[in-house]
Design a binder for this molecule. Structure first.
Ligand SMILES: *[C@@H]1O[C@H](CO)[C@@H](O)[C@H](O)[C@H]1NC(C)=O
Length: 979
């Protein structure tokens, strides 16, 4: 978190600290971005523009199995500079294109992919490259419908499907990898740019016109724009390595929509930044930053960066991942309604682009998460409600807040402690005056299975009485200044601080040991915590109050001699990774860790949850938070949420209630508030607000089985936990820009949280399919048609959330109100069977112990519920439950060892007495004559006939309620409803 007022308390904070967007660079304030955009402008102005990069055909070297090749690349403007190209196709059809400078003055940063990727992917043995006169190509895929072409001159890489261009790299000739050069060689004219006769003092003004060499000027421009130094606000970046930026255009000629590249506060269907009608003037930026009071509609960078972009059309989805860890700007255009362009401009790094062939969104998710990992399956409790505030100020405060929740019967699973628990912001060390009994306090919270989450930030107070700092100094693992030897010092909450270099392997085991809860003698450990304490990693962009753009100087040095600028966007992920490993290392065998991060990169989904940072308590922020969570979900990182209530400000009751309506449909659900705000825990609300929020929280808890099942699916298939329309209905054009309503996993639940002040109604779009959508609360059945979708208007008073069950779905819930989710472990289930227009339905339920990794040894229950007509003409239905894991023995999945699965595993046995207590069937065409268990026993049931609306286009569905059928949730059974 960031706070102006509280900062004033800190001594020695520079007076120039202004928390405004002026703190952050726009493209025009950033040398390499200006150069990249200028290159693009010259290209579009010149009809004869042609990329100077070409492949030397004589250099092609196929690997012995012909599955990959390398080749030499040259640029006509710098004939002496050498590049190498490496193109390979993975087992699953993903294409990787790498290009780097060879024998340069230095090495470009080439490690971004190694941090993001799970493993080095296997190269396909099925693919055979063919070398032709003008290029190299390969045809592959089960139907041999995919082709990759690498053209020699100019260099261009194209992915085609059925002969149609899908992704084209260097289509517009904007590829440029600035080679390393020295000031001296440039001044002497050895690098293409000649010095004018009278000479020139380059140090004086980097912007000066140099009388450029005609060979390079058309391409690189006539100016050395910020090659050697750059000043922004009061900060000068010395840029000791000179220009080394990377520009590449990646076009999607047959896709009219692009999504992804979080984190930005904008629409899901990314608006344009180039072209005549550009929606934004500045490109999307990826540079992890602590942006104070960020705008709710902007392309500015925020706390995390995932350089992964989907391109979508009604007949194809493809995607690209640009593995770069440095400051990156991305321009997006739509030259026509059916095509998209993107231009990526990065400060440093090699070209390392992965092209995902799709062709469906589900394929893209599988391809991307096979590469960077699926989201970790969270502990079950982590899907409950999290109550946070900066700050619960003492042990007594924590206990009182917990007591108030219980008195008001409001469910909650987690209480959080922000930075003020610690003595002088020395994390791990408790402020004993206010928290005299930390372990007892945590144990009080844990008494009914609740958890406590405590913050541990990356800035270490520089004082030798802080063992964590002292040890880090002794180990020599702190980030260094530009000189490469002196420990870097900056300002943060703890005053003068230092930062551990998590790129240094020497820090890894040490950091993991800090979280141990038993004493380790000389080695410091966190005995004042419990093995179940969750951790919150904030400020890990890193946020540095007196640094450039509130972060670390780019010339700082990390392990291996890399500059901070090379790996800035990856930095926060490593801290998250190591903290999550540390949390696991507390017990043997490990438990599932819970670690929340603010900063993230591609791959962060493997380590825990994220939130959208310091949002404002405004309706705009509430609305954009929904879009940001969706964007994160389609970028592989599902466990996402926004602070309920807004971090800054005092939301009025109406806003707070609506925000809970958003929160209960977020994968990660936490309320949080700034230190200057009024207390706003739900028990403080007056009626009717309090009762509405209680009901909303109970709905979240009732639906935990749905959420947990969705998380399991995400952890196996990579499909997101919340899914926008284009993911679920990839061919329904009307849904491609929808980002204020979405589906929860594969459950068939469609929700549109209300984010407008004073709303009493909402319009909801029902997709183009011949289907029924049932209002979750009143069973009204809306019909959608296959030719076009349908907009409906529904009541959305303060206590209402537009929520629908798609016909054909079966929703498992647990409807007994409890104070925390662990108390629900043995609660019975309700099944809502929402019959489709053809009278069938299916659904899934996944359960395991929710806290260990025993599910990876087959300790889980995975059921499929189905409803079918017993015979074609029947008006009845047969509802059955079967073991889904046993049906899919061959499904090769990473996290669930189905080969070792045994339906009578110990976990299944343990919950053998958990029942189905109610089955609700929506949309039966006629009153049943009997409802029996397949063996013949008649069950208790009631039936309410449906009521058609006057226009016959909908009406309230019929409802059959079967009470207490005495069936086990783990058992195989079937019920016959005859009509
Ligand atoms: C991060 O996490 C992965 C596991 O996903 C692990 O293999 C890797 O070594 C970790 N460490 C770092 C420093 O990234």
């Amino acid at each position: 978190m960031r706070a102006f007022r509280s900062l004033l308390v800190l001594a020695a904070v520079p007076a120039a600290l202004a928390f405004k967007s002026q703190d952050f660079k726009t493209c025009s304030q950033s040398g390499f971005c200006r150069r990249g955009r200028a290159l693009s402008a010259r290209a579009s102005e010149s009809p004869s523009w042609r990329s100077p990069y070409s492949v030397d055909a004589s250099s092609i070297a196929l690997s012995s199995d012909q599955a990959s090749f390398i080749a030499a690349v040259k640029s006509s403007i710098y004939p002496d500079v050498k590049f190498s190209l490496d193109v390979r196709i993975h087992d699953d059809g993903v294409v990787r294109v790498r290009m780097d400078e060879v024998d340069g003055l230095r090495k470009h940063y080439d490690e971004a992919a190694s941090w993001a990727l799970l493993d080095e992917p296997k190269v396909s043995q099925q693919v055979q490259w063919k070398v032709g006169k003008d290029g190299v190509s390969a045809v592959y895929g089960a139907k041999k419908d995919v082709e990759v072409k690498v053209a020699f001159e100019p260099l261009k890489v194209t992915l085609l499907r059925n002969g149609k261009e899908q992704v084209v790299l260097n289509n517009r000739g904007l590829l440029h990898m600035e080679h390393f050069r020295t000031k001296e060689s440039v001044a002497k004219g050895k690098e293409g740019i000649a010095v004018p006769e009278e000479g020139l003092d380059i140090d004086d003004d980097a912007q000066v016109v140099l009388g450029a060499h005609p060979r390079t000027a058309w391409f690189e421009g006539e100016q050395e724009d910020s090659w050697w130094e750059e000043t922004f606000n009061s900060f000068t970046d010395p840029k000791p390595r000179g220009p080394e930026s990377l520009s590449v255009d990646i076009d999607f000629p047959n896709h009219g929509h692009v999504y992804g590249i979080p984190q930005h506060a904008t629409r899901l269907d990314l608006p344009t930044t180039t072209g005549e009608n550009a929606h934004y003037s500045d490109p999307y930026r990826l540079y992890n930053a602590d942006v104070f009071e960020y705008l709710a509609d902007s392309t500015t960078s925020l706390y995390g960066s995932i350089p992964f972009m989907h391109a979508h059309s009604a007949d194809s989805t493809v995607a690209i991942f640009n593995a770069v860890g440095s400051d990156t700007f991305i321009d997006i255009g739509h030259p026509t309604a059916k095509s998209s362009t993107s231009h990526w401009i990065s400060e440093t790094g090699i070209l390392d682009v992965f092209i995902f062939p799709g062709p469906t969104p589900a394929d893209v998710f599988a391809q991307y998460t096979r590469l960077t990992g699926t989201p970790a399956l969270p502990a079950h409790w982590a899907l409950g409600y999290h109550q946070c505030r900066w700050n619960y100020v003492s042990s007594d405060d924590v206990r009182t807040v917990q007591k108030r929740f219980d008195e008001e019967d409001i469910p909650v699973d987690v209480f959080w402690l922000d930075i003020e628990y610690s003595e002088e912001h020395k994390y791990f060390i408790w402020d004993r005056k206010h928290f005299p009994d930390p372990v007892d306090m945590i144990k009080d919270v844990e008494a009914i299975g609740r958890h406590m989450v405590v913050i541990v930030d990356p800035h270490l107070k520089r004082t030798n009485d802080y063992p964590v700092y002292k040890q880090a100094t002794e180990l020599g693992i702190l980030v260094k200044k530009g000189d490469g030897t002196t420990d870097y010092e900056g300002w943060c909450w703890s005053g003068s601080s230092a930062w551990v270099d998590f790129f240094n392997p020497g820090s890894w085991d040490w950091w993991k040991s800090l979280f141990k809860t038993e004493s380790q003698g000389e080695q410091w450990s966190w005995v004042d915590s419990t093995v179940d304490t969750g951790i919150w990693n904030d400020m890990n962009e890193p946020s540095i109050f007196n640094g450039p753009e509130i972060s670390m100087p780019r010339e700082n040095i990390h392990y291996g001699g890399w500059e901070h600028r090379d790996l800035h966007n990856i930095n926060g992920m490593l801290f998250h990774n190591l903290t999550s490993q540390a949390a696991m290392a507390r017990t043997d065998p490990p438990k599932r860790p819970f670690v929340l991060t603010r900063s993230f990169y591609a791959g962060s989904q493997r380590f825990g949850a994220m939130w959208t940072g310091d949002n404002l308590g405004t309706w705009e922020h509430m609305a954009v938070g929904v879009k940001m969570v969706l964007a994160n979900n389609i970028a592989g990182f599902s466990f996402a949420g926004s602070d309920v209530g807004g971090f800054f400000g005092n939301p009025e009751p109406e806003m707070l209630v609506r925000w809970y309506g958003v929160g209960i449909f977020s994968p990660f659900f936490r309320a949080h508030a700034h230190i200057d705000t009024k207390r706003r825990e739900p028990f403080l609300l007056d009626e009717p607000y309090k009762g509405i929020v209680r009901d909303m929280l109970r709905l979240r808890y009732a639906m935990l089985p749905v959420w947990y099942t969705a998380f399991r699916e995400a952890s196996v298939t990579g499909l997101p936990v919340v899914r926008p329309h284009f993911v679920v209905f990839p061919q329904d054009e009307n849904g491609f820009s929808l980002d204020d309503q979405f589906f929860v996993g594969g459950s068939g639940l469609l929700v549109k949280p209300v984010t407008r002040k004073g709303a009493t109604e909402e319009t909801v779009y029902l997709p183009a399919e011949d289907q029924v959508y049932y209002d979750y609360f009143n069973d009204y059945a809306y019909r959608s048609t296959s030719s076009k979708g349908k907009e409906i208007t529904v009541s959305a008073e303060l206590h209402q959330i537009p929520l629908f069950i798609r016909g054909g779905s079966i929703i498992p819930t647990r409807e007994r109100p409890r104070r925390s989710s662990p108390l629900m472990k043995r609660d019975p289930f309700t099944l809502r069977v929402a019959l489709s227009s053809d009278g069938s339905a299916r659904g899934e339920l996944y359960l395991d112990d929710g806290e260990t990794f025993s599910h990876q040894q087959g300790q889980f229950v995975w059921r499929e519920f189905a409803a079918e007509k017993p015979t074609k003409k029947s008006k009845g239905v047969r509802i059955s439950s079967r073991d889904l894991a046993a049906q899919k023995p061959a499904e090769a999945v990473d996290h669930v060892a189905l080969t070792t699965y045994d339906s009578s595993n110990a976990f299944a046995k343990d919950i053998a007495d958990v029942r189905v207590e109610k089955i609700v069937v929506l949309g039966l065409p006629a009153k049943p004559s009997s409802v029996t268990i397949e063996s013949g026993k008649e069950l208790r049931w009631t039936y309410t006939p449906g009521v058609a609306s006057s226009d016959k286009k909908g009406g309230t569905a019929s409802v059959l309620v079967i009470r207490d059928p005495k069936l086990a949730i783990t058992g195989d059974w079937s019920i016959l409803v005859q009509a």
